[in-house]
Write a protein of this length. Structure first.
Length: 500
């Protein structure tokens, strides 16, 4: 039996290594080629871009693909074995590993537990603390509402009727007439995405996604065996390139397309009404179901956008046959309140509800009651006002700090959302993230939001810290950038032969 569970071919590994390039000149003396190669593979394993247990190409094959000597590859593999990142057996080849006692890497960057954060500035997750006292007040009211439900079985696969009605009324108030039977309550937005994918997309089918896109959704879809069709976002918050979408939908004919039209994660872009109308028309023509994630929709931070937000994407699908909408409490209120929903045609909701029998059965009743209270007692608007004020202050502090301490980094300030998408001045985002973690600041690198190593020259910075903490985060990232440019051998540059 082989010791490995997957295979990384030479072309794929070379492509991933080359994505770590830097446009800065290499420091004098450079780094030995074998060491640079070993560090490049180690970083790919630590980031999860090459899975643990993946068989690597044979030394001769990889040497030819990289245009280096076989001795260089052999020395790199030996260094990786000594450090615990490679295992080998005669006749079975070499496969990736992690050192004994180390946790396996995750393809997502999980937030640190509060008790273990210590002095680390954790920018891994785009989520803020709960807007109090509004959350606690909602749960206090929910406890008073609980007794009638507690006397039942407690299983509501489509969600509590009162919450379904409240969500439907909210869509109607936004200019999208909606009936309760068009709503299914889910366990967060991720639960909604997973349910839709199970229903609509068999393994091996194509799904079009924005590029970059929300990292957790990309991981979910890849793990489910879907073939992702990336469609590039326009630069500088230009958002959605409609000719590119029309071409991709026409050429690939994907079963489904996933988009975040409201303060896109990670770029922060906001689709205007013309883009929304044209995107729905392109999906309808291609026969593609358009899944629209509105998790960030309430987080407009500029007053003009707050006063006049664009209509929901589904408003341009009057027949209801093309667009499925996802919503959530996690960004607008609190990530710990794991309640989301799906808005779709009633027959789609019936199929999604029936499928929950072998998924999660339903969402927690007490949390649903709390969200119902937020939506019916005015608590939602009060909580969102607190969230907007905090996110706006954090955004402005982070923008000022990065501008001061990292003037070569480039970004466009978004009008809403929770994330800043930053081009790192030609440096590897993965290497900055690795150096930053050792310096006490955790950031997700660009490739987490892309496909096949794209966006190596980016990091995502969420608006989750303020004032002096934002300044300290930028200071530590500036130190990390200097280490990547010319620091010790633990932060090497990939040799020219790897980046041709």
């Amino acid at each position: 039996m082989p010791e490995w569970t997957s295979v990384v071919g030479a072309p794929q590994l070379v492509r991933l290594l080359r994505s770590q390039r830097t446009t800065r000149p290499a420091p004098r003396g450079g780094t030995p080629a074998y060491r640079a190669l070993a560090d490049g593979v180690r970083l790919l394993v630590l980031e999860g871009r090459v899975p643990v247990g993946a068989r690597l190409p044979a030394e001769r094959e990889l040497a030819a693909a990289l245009s280096v000597s076989r001795t260089t590859v052999a020395a790199a593999f030996e260094a990786l074995r000594a450090e615990g990142f490679l295992a080998s057996r005669r006749g079975a080849g070499s496969w990736t590993a992690v050192p004994a006692g180390s946790p396996p890497p995750s393809r997502g960057l999980k937030p640190l537990p509060p008790e273990s954060a210590g002095g680390v500035i954790d920018l891994a997750c785009a989520a803020l603390p709960a807007p109090e006292p509004h959350l606690s007040q909602a749960f206090t009211s929910a406890l008073a509402d609980l007794p009638p439900y507690a006397s039942t079985h407690g299983d509501y696969p489509a969600g509590l009727p009162d919450l379904r009605r409240a969500v439907a009324r909210r869509y109607t108030a936004r200019g999208l007439p909606t009936r309760p039977e068009q709503i299914m309550i889910t366990t967060g937005a991720m639960g909604a995405v997973a349910s839709i994918c199970r229903l609509l997309v068999p393994r091996g089918e194509r799904v079009a996604v924005e590029h970059p896109s929300y990292a957790n959704v990309l991981h979910l879809m890849r793990d489910a065996g879907m073939r992702l069709v990336p469609v590039a976002m326009a630069d500088r918050l230009g958002g959605w390139e409609l000719p590119a979408w029309q071409q991709a939908l026409r050429a690939a004919a994907p079963r489904m397309a996933y988009v975040v039209a409201d303060f896109h994660n990670p770029t922060g872009a906001l689709a205007d009404e013309g883009q929304r109308r044209d995107l729905v028309a392109a999906a309808r023509t291609a026969g593609t179901t358009l899944v629209v994630d509105e998790t960030m929709a309430d987080l407009a931070l500029d007053e003009t956008t707050v006063a006049a937000p664009p209509r929901p994407v589904a408003a341009f699908d009057p027949g209801g046959a093309t667009v499925i909408t996802i919503g959530s409490v996690s960004k607008a209120v609190w990530a710990g309140l794991r309640i989301g929903w799906v808005r779709a045609a009633p027959d789609v909701i019936r199929h999604l509800t029936a499928a929950r029998a072998w998924a999660d059965l339903g969402s927690p009743v007490l949390e649903q009651l709390a969200v119902t209270r937020l939506l019916t007692d005015g608590g939602w608007e009060r909580a969102v006002a607190v969230r907007r004020a905090e996110a706006r202050a954090n955004r402005d502090a982070l923008v000022a700090a990065v501008t001061e301490h990292l003037p070569e980094w480039e970004f466009t300030v978004p009008r809403g959302g929770l994330t800043l998408w930053v081009r790192t001045g030609g440096l590897s985002g993965s290497r900055i993230a690795e150096a930053g973690e050792r310096l006490g600041v955790r950031v997700p690198s660009g490739p987490r939001f892309g496909i096949d190593g794209a966006f190596e020259g980016y990091v995502r910075l969420p608006f989750t810290v303020s004032g002096p903490v934002a300044t300290e985060a930028a200071t530590r990232l500036a130190t990390a950038a200097r280490l990547v440019v010319g620091g010790p051998h633990t932060e090497p540059d990939i040799p020219r032969s790897f980046v041709a």
